[in-house]
Each structure stands twice: as structure tokens, then as C-alpha cells.
Design a binder for this molecule. Structure first.
Ligand code: RNT
Ligand code: ZN
Length: 421
């Protein structure tokens, strides 16, 4: 195990080095604790849910791999999420999808679900003292087989899904009220087609109309907030996606609601971090799905990549950390799933910490004075500051494993719990 004394010694030195750059590391640790990350429930079971244990994942997304130990029941999913949270510093929330309802007392179709199917989640969250976020599920269902839901040409199909999303907004408000913490309800739909369509306008008009009907119910903003998530394409839906970035950006601005940026949903050469300062000119809040795009949407486990680093730099540098709700979105079925959670959340937290540790006042001064060599040099030097010492000390002070020590914990849990399933 990493020695407590070496972490503390290293931190003292790091603290001095950062102080010389004008950065207060103790203040950074405090800010880390007020920045929650919303852990998505769907890494635990490869986006299967509990509606139907043999359910097939549709909607142009895929979890690839068959690593043993997948959570197959609601208890197992909770156990795995709790274990993951026990290895994480700071605060987490849980982000649920509608298909993860508790249907043990009886099945309910998507247009029939209500708060009663989520009571056991609420009492679980109360025990843990965490907040919850929510997502309607408009995929993996026979009524989405045409490839369209809220934008389908058939009014009966649209009505079915409108009812589902309406109910999901009510469930979200119920979470917010019960848990005393505002719940974010995110809408992502897979609607689109594999090949060229000549009816783009009509589908988008249907989607706009369906959203207007859904949003007509005014909800208490202290209980819930709405977000919309755009995408470029899905697998088998390559030619057309109804809910594109431009569509939802327009919708969010027109309706003063939150936009969800999933960093896997953009072109590989597009920088999602660059969108931050643009969208905050028009909207008050943002929701993130932090993931790791590899070629397609992909949903690989988050790592401390350049893109994730610059994403949080842009957020911190825009002074908007408190206006960004941080969710994750990966589902890797080829590695230990608890390890996936812990590695992914920690990577996002490290990116936040790195951004908070940047010597911003000095950088801004150089920038304002047109001292561009100095700006470049300080940006480069900041990269080799003893960041790891601050991170380890943060973990130590939060009483969770520092450095690589969580690997052994994950292995132990795998042996004792996951492989025994
Ligand atoms: C899909 C979207 C969406 C889903 C989850 C399960 O491309 O990213 O957010 O991954 O809702
Ligand atoms: Zn997403």
C-alpha cells in the first residue's frame, strides 16, 4: 500500500510549488468536494435494465464484450455501484434510466411507469445520502422498431412516447422532491435512418411538436430540470439523425433549457471543449456526458485524455464549473465493470482538479498583455507540476485508496463477489 507519510510529504512540497504559481491547493480540494459527478447506472449491466432481463439493446448503441460478473438484478447493480462509490473521493450522484425501474411487484410498459416503480431507488439513495438524475428510455422497445419515436410519422407512436417522457419528467420531480436535490432529466432519442431520407424536415417538425407537448407541463425548477442530448449518427442510423446538434441547440436556446453535450457525439476532429464558451452565451446551464470516443460514439471508459482535460479547462476558465452538471456515459462490457466506474470517475475528477490547479491569473495577465511566448511557456510548465501529489493527498484526505491502490480492492471484490455470481 502507498505509505501515508510519503503522500503527505509529497503534498507539502506540491502545495509549495503550486503556491509559487499562485494556486491554493487546499482551496482546490474544497472545490473538488462541491463538484459532484453523476454516475450512470448503465455501466453496471451493459444497458440492459430490469424491464426485461433478456432485453436487446437497440437505438444504434452497443455494449461490446462479455466480461463475467455483470449485474443481473437490481440488488447486484446497487451493490456494484456502492462498491464503486466506496473507492471514489468526493461526491457522486446516480443517473438512472427509465428501464432500471423496480418492476418486481409487476411489469409496466413505458407509458405506464410512475414514481411507484422507483420507490426502492429513492429509499436506497436516501440511505446513501445521494441525489439522483433520470433519463427517459426511447430505445430497446418494439414501439421504436421503425427507427423513430417522438418524430415518427404515425401519431399513435408519437403519442405513446410523449406519454412516456411526460411520466419520466414526473418521476424526476419526485426524485428531486424526495431527495432534496434537483434531478436532471435528460432526453436522448435514437430517431434516424440508415439511408438518405427525403423527409428530414417532416421528422424534425414532428420532434419539435412532440417536445413542445412534453414540455407544456411546468415543473418546479427546484425539483427537476430538463436537458436535451444531440448526436451525429448511430450504428445502423448513419445517414440521418433527427436530434442533431443544431436542432437541439436551437430548441434549448428557444426554450431556455439545458443542453447535454456528450463528448462522444461529435466529429472526431471537432473539439467539444470549444463549444463551452459558445453555448454559455445563450444558455444558463449545461449537462455533460463525459466519455471517450474512439472512431464512433463508442462509449469507452473515460481516461485523462487531452480532450477531457481541455473540456474542464474551458469550463473552469469560463468560470462556469458550478453551471455544469457532470454526467458520464460509457458502457464497456469487456473489462471489470466496477474497475470501469472507478477509473472513469477518477479520470474525470483528475481533469477537474487539473483545471482548478491551472495558474489562471498569471496566464490571463500574459494573455491581456499580448505576451504569447510567456503564455505558451507557462501553459507548458503547468503540465509537469506535481499534480499527482495533490491528487493522492486528496484521496488520502477522503479516506479512499490513493494512486493505484484501488486496483487490488477491485480485484478482491471481483474474486469474492462478481465471480461468485
Ligand atoms: C447514446 C447517448 C445516450 C445513451 C444513454 C444510455 O448515444 O449517449 O446518452 O448512451 O442514454
Ligand atoms: Zn450520452
Amino acid at each position: 500500500m502507498i505509505k501515508k507519510e510519503s503522500i503527505e510529504k509529497a503534498y507539502e512540497i506540491a502545495k509549495d510549488r503550486y503556491a509559487e504559481m499562485g494556486v491554493d491547493t487546499d482551496a482546490v480540494l474544497g472545490k473538488m468536494n462541491s463538484t459532484a459527478i453523476s454516475m450512470h447506472c448503465w455501466q453496471a449491466d451493459d444497458v440492459t435494465g430490469f424491464e426485461n432481463p433478456d432485453g436487446v439493446l437497440t437505438g444504434g448503441i452497443q455494449a461490446t464484450g462479455n466480461y463475467p460478473g455483470k449485474a443481473r438484478t437490481i440488488e447486484q447493480a446497487r451493490q456494484d455501484i456502492e462498491k464503486s462509490m466506496s473507492l471514489l473521493p468526493g461526491r457522486q450522484r446516480l443517473n438512472l434510466h427509465a428501464i432500471y425501474g423496480d418492476f418486481r411487484a409487476g411489469k409496466a410498459d413505458r407509458d405506464e411507469i410512475g414514481p411507484e416503480h422507483f420507490e426502492s431507488w429513492v429509499s436506497w439513495a436516501k440511505e446513501l445520502g445521494i441525489g439522483m438524475d433520470f433519463n427517459c428510455t426511447l430505445f430497446s422497445h418494439p414501439k421504436s422498431d421503425s427507427g423513430f419515436t417522438l418524430s415518427d410519422n404515425d401519431p399513435a407512436i408519437r403519442e405513446f412516447w410523449i406519454e412516456h417522457v411526460r411520466r419520466c419528467r414526473e418521476i424526476s420531480a419526485y426524485f428531486g422532491k424526495e431527495l432534496g436535490s434537483r434531478c436532471i432529466h435528460n432526453i436522448w432519442i435514437a430517431d434516424g435512418s440508415k439511408d438518405i431520407t427525403v423527409n428530414r424536415f417532416r421528422h424534425r417538425a414532428h420532434l419539435k411538436d412532440s417536445l413542445d407537448k412534453i414540455m407544456a407541463a411546468k415543473m418546479d425548477p427546484s425539483y427537476m430540470a430538463d436537458a436535451v442530448e444531440a448526436k451525429l449518427f448511430g450504428i445502423g442510423l448513419e445517414a440521418f439523425t433527427v436530434g442533431s446538434h443544431e436542432f437541439y441547440l436551437g430548441y434549448a436556446v428557444a426554450n431556455k433549457m439545458m443542453l447535454c453535450l456528450d463528448i462522444g457525439h461529435f466529429h472526431p476532429t471537432e473539439q467539444v471543449s470549444d463549444k463551452i464558451s459558445a453555448v454559455f452565451q445563450f444558455i444558463p446551464e449545461l449537462l455533460l456526458h463525459v466519455t471517450r470516443p474512439i472512431r464512433w460514439d463508442s462509449d469507452h471508459v473515460v481516461t485523462l485524455s487531452d480532450e477531457v482535460r481541455s473540456l474542464f479547462e474551458e469550463i473552469v476558465w469560463a468560470g462556469r464549473l458550478d453551471n455544469v452538471n457532470i454526467g458520464l456515459d460509457f458502457f464497456d462490457a469487456s473489462i471489470n465493470r466496477i474497475g470501469a466506474y472507478v477509473t472513469g470517475v477518477r479520470a474525470a475528477q483528475k481533469a477537474i482538479m487539473l483545471a482548478l490547479l491551472s495558474p489562471l491569473p498569471k496566464l490571463r495577465e500574459y494573455d491581456d498583455n499580448g505576451q504569447y511566448f510567456e503564455r505558451l511557456a507557462l501553459l507548458e510548465e503547468a503540465k509537469s507540476m506535481p499534480f499527482g501529489a495533490v491528487w493522492d493527498y486528496y484521496c488520502l484526505s477522503e479516506d479512499v485508496p490513493a494512486g493505484q491502490d484501488y486496483i487490488a480492492e477491485v480485484q478482491k471484490y471481483e474474486k469474492e463477489v462478481l465471480f461468485a455470481r
